[in-house]
Design a protein around this ligand. Sequence first.
Ligand code: NAP
Length: 252
Amino acid sequence: MTMRLLILGGTTEASTLAQAVADRGLNAVFSYAGRVHTPRSQPIPHRVGGFGGVAGLAGYLRDHNISHVIDATHPFAAQMSWNAFHACQQTMTPLIALTRPPWQAQAGDNWQNVADIDGAVAALQGPAQRIMLALGRLHMNAFAAQAQHHYVLRLVDAPSTPPALPNHQVIVARGPFETAGDIALFQDHKIDLIVCKNAGGQGAEAKIHAARALGLPILMINRPDLPPRKAVATAEEIFDWLDHQPATDRGV
Ligand code: NAP
């Protein structure tokens, strides 16, 4: 029975797992959606681009003799996670998720929680503010509906088409970020409010600490519904699961 892992990536945690997998000399392929121009290089082979929905992923799992799937995508990448869940069910491929617990507000934090992007846009009615929009490129234009604000956008790549926000500034930077740097950023840009997703994990947590240090409010977008798969928080737990999980035998 040959072990060949598929790691669905695009997160700091997935990259950490890839290094641990390489250190163990496991047979694995790392998958990127292809959203950023120059993805972080990985110590294991990688592929880039969508699979073509559930059917495409199921075909990939069969064609590439994948024995186990590790979903280490971002908690807001719900489509990919549901596709992985269904494709693994169809092909009877063992699936596990590498997840991180959501960030929790502490005493003294000023968080407003909303269900989704639309909820965040609706919550921004009111007088003009200087807003740090830490959401990534895909959803930024929704905030054009609240055009009174000045938005500071932190993006991995410079946008190829200008954001549809009348008052904005783009900062091109790639995490993981540090608290001191984010404190300086919020001060330099006179930020009044931070809008972000409850991603959890350490790679993007600096903004939470920075907001706390400066007493700034956060408009926090809650996580979407994710499939009912087994989920663990560390690479060690993934390896423990692999040690106890029979691989799919595709007869090769
Ligand atoms: P999504 O909405 O869940 O996925 C949309 C489609 O993109 C999927 O149906 C799939 O296409 C493709 N896709 C997503 N992740 C992929 C992967 N790792 N490998 C191959 N194809 C993938 O995903 P998203 O929210 O746009 O996120 C895209 C990527 O960025 C993910 O890898 C995620 O980990 C990373 N990321 C996302 C966020 C976020 O806030 N959403 C933040 C940081 C990083 P097909 O249906 O054609 O297979």
